[in-house]
Ligand binder design. Structure first.
Ligand code: TYM
Length: 334
């Protein structure tokens, strides 16, 4: 397909904590798969990460590791733009403009804000509150048609659409109104010990809840073996089997099966056998990624090159939309 006829995809991930299986199945896995059919822009959203206190040296290191992980998951810098948000100042500039069109009321209703404000009550800063506006700026700068994310970002996407509509209603056609692209099975991977809670890379003190993408095979096997076991003995989806349902989701988010096919695979099997099979599937998916990661991490010059080249491309794309928005609100021409 011709570049210009392709639709555009934008997505991002915070370099806070180590990337988890939830991040992979909800987002990263799809990002790589979409590269041939779309113009893709994938960002490491370090400006979002500082809404919660970070150790500066660690943040810098994690951002680089996350970029390396994008590449290890198959995102190809020849096809997609991969860059650090803080390298493109248009994000901050458009976020400011959009702040003046976003309402306190709608931002106060964001469940992620309420949740994080509760957990970080010593530091409920303006950035945390305005976080979804920066996220809207990210997406709108690149005229994204589709935004591949997990279920937890749906509300932020809705806000982004509302802001784009509101702005365009005032000033004409400045922004593209994006759609969320949420996978079926991987949309919401739950904690292994507490499957009523989302698997979260940065907010969980209990390591047994989260599979990290760089976990060694035996660690993965152990975490899955120790995951909560629901009552009963059948392997099937059921509201009273949140643990088993979650493992079924992990299993089929990796192998692409339907719910019925996955249940059929474990017909008459015991929980123990099922967990072993899920662990094997996860290890099978992550081992090649881990091997590529180790290889790539050694090649510092290559990673530096990707960073320099992609940021330049991102800047050029973002500037074009930013110029339109500046003009629309009445800033003098430069
Ligand atoms: P973040 O960094 O929390 O998560 C990155 C991506 O991983 C998905 N995800 C999950 N999917 C399934 N199950 C889970 N347990 C799980 N945990 C996380 C998230 O839905 C997300 O897609 N605000 C965003 C980052 C962002 C962004 C953007 C995304 C900033 N600007 C613009 C898209 C477009 C965030 O905090 O994601």
């Amino acid at each position: 397909m011709e570049e210009t006829l392709k639709k555009t995809i934008f997505s991002g991930m915070q370099p806070s904590g180590l990337p988890s299986l939830g991040n992979y199945l909800g987002a990263l896995k799809n990002w790589a798969a979409l590269q041939d059919d779309y113009n893709c822009v994938y960002c490491i959203v370090d400006m979002h990460a500082i809404t919660v206190r970070q150790d500066p040296a660690e943040l810098r290191e994690r951002a680089r590791n996350l970029l390396t992980m994008y590449l290890a998951c198959g995102i190809d810098p020849e096809k997609s733009v991969i860059y650090y948000q803080s390298h493109v100042s248009a994000h901050a500039e458009l976020a400011w403009i959009l702040n003046c069109y976003a309402y306190m009321g709608e931002l106060s209703r964001m469940t992620q804000f309420k949740d994080k404000a509760r957990r970080h009550d010593e530091n409920v800063n303006i950035g945390l509150f305005a976080y979804p506006v920066l996220m809207a700026a990210d997406i709108l700068l690149y005229n994204a048609d589709l935004v591949p994310v997990g279920e937890d970002q749906r509300q932020h996407l809705e806000l982004c659409r509302d802001l784009a509509d509101r702005f365009d209603a005032l000033y004409g056609d400045v922004f593209t109104v994006p759609e969320a692209y949420i996978p079926k099975a991987g949309a919401k991977i739950m904690s292994l010990q507490d499957p009523e809670k989302k698997m979260s890379k940065s907010e969980d003190e209990n390591d047994g809840n989260v599979i990290f993408l760089m976990d060694e095979p035996k660690v993965i096997v152990n975490k899955i073996k120790r995951s909560v076991t629901d009552s009963g003995s059948e392997v099937r989806y059921a509201p009273d089997k949140p643990g088993i349902s979650n493992l079924l989701n992990i299993y089929r988010a990796i192998n692409g099966e339907t719910a019925e096919e996955a249940e059929r695979d474990f017909d008459g099997k015991r929980y123990g056998d099922f967990k072993a099979a899920v662990a094997e599937t996860v290890v099978g998916a992550l081992t090649p990624i881990q091997n590529r990661y180790e290889e790539l991490a050694k090649d510092r010059a290559y990673i530096d090159g990707v960073i320099a080249k992609s940021a330049e491309k991102a800047r050029t794309m973002a500037e074009e939309t930013l110029a339109k928005a500046r003009r629309a609100v009445g800033f003098p021409d430069r």
